[in-house]
Design a protein around this ligand. Structure first.
Ligand code: F58
Length: 826
């Protein structure tokens, strides 16, 4: 599809013009960063026309709009993605080539916007891509953090965090929209007044601090349809009038406080994955972006509608986990206090507008705010939550008379805490999990009481990923091959068509082509590794990859212990046949998560020993890729032979990396956890390597005990050897204490946590056996190619286009938009 807006001659002129007006330079004189800016502004110019056309279409059609409320949007670089979705990548690449500019090098100048931690934030980004591509009206609502996810350096094997100053050179794709600023208030007290004129009680917040929320809009370009949605992220600014007033009154302190509040509130993304820290500043962040977004949504609605009761016909707030759950109370506050509605009317509207997605069952990730802190920071919102809770408890008592246990288990306010998940479930009309297994566990374990009381709210929406970024952009060679084989590009917006590749599963020529592309991508990754790690890896070896956040439940420790085991095997049996392997890791550990950091150090220590042992003839290599992020992820997925998805069954809600590997033709080596279950269902058990305890077995052990890792340690000499090597100095230059904590964690109960609570030793043997099967399978070149190709062919279900369509059909009920563009202009 050719986009005439990017007609080469005009585009080149535009770039030259931008370099000149922005930097007073010629293209030859400009730095790569300046060229990136100049090219991006030229691309933005074209996007803006579609953006305006989309907004005009919205005005005409007045569609229902989803507001995707999320603390995180892990967008990744915009330039390449925008070019792809504008269907202009090729023309622009050629135009730039002709100017002597390498588009790839220019793309590398863009900092990764990393306003998210991992899966949850990246899912939000994929969803925005799909919403625009499918032609639905949507806003992403979030925070414009000054510093996103930290940059990771590895120094002497240890993770070192450095700040991610992503806005240093400015963000060419954003628009500051001061005219839509909103005030957000914190703290103070609530004065209750009786208004004789209206016969109503009024709640007036006094002595509060406030900040001004300023929106920055980023275009979200749909693929080839001229549809451009908006990601609106909020910056904070001190309210200057107020400040002056304070100075006048001599209240210097207050003015400075407000200045500080504004600065700190958006300063940094909390770098926790699947862990809840309970910091006051985080609650401020939550209320800040939620309040601003809801005020803006209600104001926008009111500009063209006069009956607030009909808000649910046009507006939907999807809460990405519990982080934006204050939305419920904030909407109630606006309806009660600003719109003057009664409780029942307001509740009716709110519960039709709010829906909640759960992303984890990990107890430590559940948000519970101390009532003290919560009520001080958000006094009016807290009053409203009290009333929601009071009414809800009446319902519970009606339904389960005399059952005070239920009340305790289900209340929103309990034991001095506000339980955000309970609030989200009570006020949302929809509660969804993110993979079939996860939703079943929610219904029958974690949220059982709620499911029994309100089963109609519960539904599953298995996650998905966008093929535009993770195939077209990340793996252009395979993308072109798929197009050629299918004889159409339609897979770009209809991934189910990939099943057409199945007919090549027994075609030797096609299989050879497929593996040749994989080989080229492995060379590209090998170059990256040489450049960034100084390690030479052989693209003919098996690239076995585990990239994701570092967390004990994801079991990177199991992977590296197995590498240690293989190394022992090779050393003990030098004659043994062994297919060369490269184990590739990439993972950030949350800054305060000590054990996760120990695991990173261990991986790097094992890498040092193994990579430098000449006696094993390079049969085994271990690579830890520094600063794993969206941009290098694209290169890594394209080059993987094996996809490691080895979480303790029941712990990984879905996973989405697993889908990106599958799309790129890497079979899964994994447990029956999260979406792995559905991946195996689609591709067939023969084309995956499954091992380990089932989720039921894990849950049974957790509930009834009976697992003793020491027995395994004492009865399996290979396992014992590997575990002992954690404390015998093999990987620590003789230091026996460096990995003592990891050793203890596997064998001893410690404080609240059980020995080997993630069942690493329990699953070790079956993991090693599955790994052996991988090796055997890989030796059969064509057999492997077949498995790899079938993974790509069977990935259709895992597009986020499918996920979004399900959200639309079952929860959001949005109307599709057809953006009309003035063709004469083209
Ligand atoms: C992830 N959660 C799940 N949370 O772990 C993963 O299985 C799932 O595929 C993904 O969501 C998308 O549904 C996740 O990434 C976080 O990072 C939170 C950040 C804020 C603190 C609590 C965890």
């Amino acid at each position: 599809m050719y986009n005439p807006r990017f007609e080469k001659k005009a585009f080149k002129k535009e770039v030259e013009h931008n370099v000149k007006t922005l930097y007073r330079k010629t293209v030859d004189e400009a730095t790569p960063q300046q060229l990136f800016q100049a090219v991006s502004f030229a691309v933005k110019e074209a996007i803006i026309d579609d953006w305006i056309a989309t907004q005009n279409q919205f005005k005409k059609d007045d569609p229902k709009t989803v507001y995707y409320m999320s603390m995180e949007f892990l967008m990744g670089r915009a330039l390449g993605n925008n070019l792809i979705n504008m269907t202009a990548y090729r023309e622009v690449k050629e135009a730039l080539d002709e100017m002597g500019i390498d588009l790839n090098a220019i793309e590398d100048q863009e900092p990764d916007p990393a306003l998210g931690n991992g899966g949850l934030g990246r899912l939000a980004a994929c969803f925005l891509d799909s919403l625009a591509t499918l032609g639905y009206a949507a806003y992403g609502c979030g925070i414009r953090y000054r510093y996103g996810m930290f940059k990771q350096k590895i120094e002497n094997g240890y993770q070192v965090e450095t700040p991610d100053n992503w806005l240093k050179d400015g963000n060419p794709f954003e628009l500051r929209r001061e005219e839509y600023a909103k005030e957000v208030r914190f703290g103070g007290n609530i004065r209750v007044e009786y208004d004789d004129a209206t016969n109503r009680t009024k709640f007036v917040q006094e002595n509060y601090e406030s900040v001004l929320a300023i929106p920055y809009d980023m275009p979200i370009v749909g693929y080839g349809n001229h549809h451009v949605n908006t990601l609106r992220i909020w910056d904070a600014q001190a309210i200057t009038d107020f400040q002056l007033e304070s100075f006048d009154r001599g209240d210097y302190h207050k003015a400075v406080e407000q200045e500080n509040l504004a600065k700190t509130i958006v300063e940094v993304l909390y770098p926790n994955d699947n862990h809840y820290a309970g910091k006051e500043l985080r609650l401020k962040q939550q209320y800040f972006f939620v309040s601003a977004s809801i005020q803006a949504a209600v104001a926008k609605y009111k500009r063209t509608h006069d009956d607030i009761h009909k808000l649910p016909e046009k507006v939907l707030f999807q809460m990405n986990d519990t982080h934006p759950t204050v939305a419920v109370a904030e909407l109630m506050r606006i309806l009660l206090d600003e719109e003057g509605l009664g409780w029942n009317e307001a509740w009716d509207i709110t519960t039709k507008c709010c829906a909640y997605t759960n992303h984890t069952i990990m107890a430590e990730a559940l948000e519970k705010w101390p009532i003290d802190l919560f009520s001080k920071l958000l006094p009016r919102v807290y009053q409203i939550i009290q009333e929601i809770d009071r009414r809800f408890i009446i319902q519970v008592r009606e339904m389960y008379p005399g059952n005070e246990e239920k009340v305790k288990k289900m209340a929103i306010l309990y034991n001095g805490q506000v339980r955000m998940a309970h609030l989200a479930i009570v006020a949302g009309f929809s509660v969804n999990g993110v993979a079939r297994l996860h939703t079943e566990i929610l219904k029958h374990q974690e949220l059982k009481d709620f499911y029994e009381m309100m089963p109609e709210k519960f539904n599953n929406k298995t996650n998905g990923i966008t093929q535009r970024r993770f195939l077209m952009h990340g793996n252009p060679l395979l993308a072109d091959w798929v197009t050629e084989k299918l004889g159409t590009k339609d897979w770009i917006t209809d991934l189910s068509l990939m099943s057409g590749l199945k007919e090549y599963a027994d075609d030797s020529k096609a299989l050879a082509e497929f593996m040749d592309i994989k080989y080229k991508n492995k060379e590209r990754l090998a170059d990256y590794i040489l450049k960034h790690n100084g390690i030479e890896v052989d693209p003919r070896s098996i690239f076995d990859v585990q990239v994701k956040r570092l967390h004990e439940y994801k079991r990177q420790l199991l992977n590296i212990l197995h590498v240690m085991y293989l190394y022992n095997q090779i050393k003990e049996h030098p004659e043994m046949s062994f297919y060369p392997r490269t184990f590739i890791f990439g993972a950030k550990a949350s800054a305060g998560y000590i054990r996760a950091k120990e695991i990173i150090k261990l991986i790097n220590s094992v890498a040092d020993v193994v990579n430098n042992d000449r006696s094993i003839n390079g049969k085994l290599k271990v690579v830890f890729i520094e600063d794993y992020r969206v941009s290098n992820a694209e290169i890594i997925f394209a080059a993987a032979d094996v996809s490691e998805q080895i979480s303790t069954a029941s712990k990984e809600a879905s996973g989405t990396g697993n889908m990106k590997f599958m799309l790129n033709g890497a079979p899964t080596l994994g447990t029956m956890d999260g979406a792995n279950v559905e991946i195996v269902e689609e591709v067939g058990a023969d084309n995956a390597f499954i091992f380990g305890l089932s989720s039921e077995e894990v849950i049974n052990y957790e509930n009834y005990g009976g697992y003793h890792p020491q027995d395994i340690y004492h009865n399996d000499p290979d396992i014992k050897k590997v575990v002992d090597q954690l404390v015998d100095g093999t990987y620590s230059h003789g230091d026996t204490e460096m990995y003592r904590d990891l050793y203890n964690s596997l064998l001893m109960n410690q404080g609240g946590s059980k020995a080997d609570m993630y069942f690493i030793l329990k699953d070790f043997r079956s993991y090693a056996e599955a790994q052996k099967k991988v090796e055997e399978a890989y030796k059969d070149k064509e057999g492997w190619a077949r498995k790899a190709l079938l993974n790509t062919a069977c990935c259709g279900k895992f597009t986020s286009d499918r996920t979004i369509q399900e959200y639309v059909d079952d929860i959001w009920h949005l109307d599709k938009i057809q953006v009309e563009v003035d063709e004469t202009e083209e």
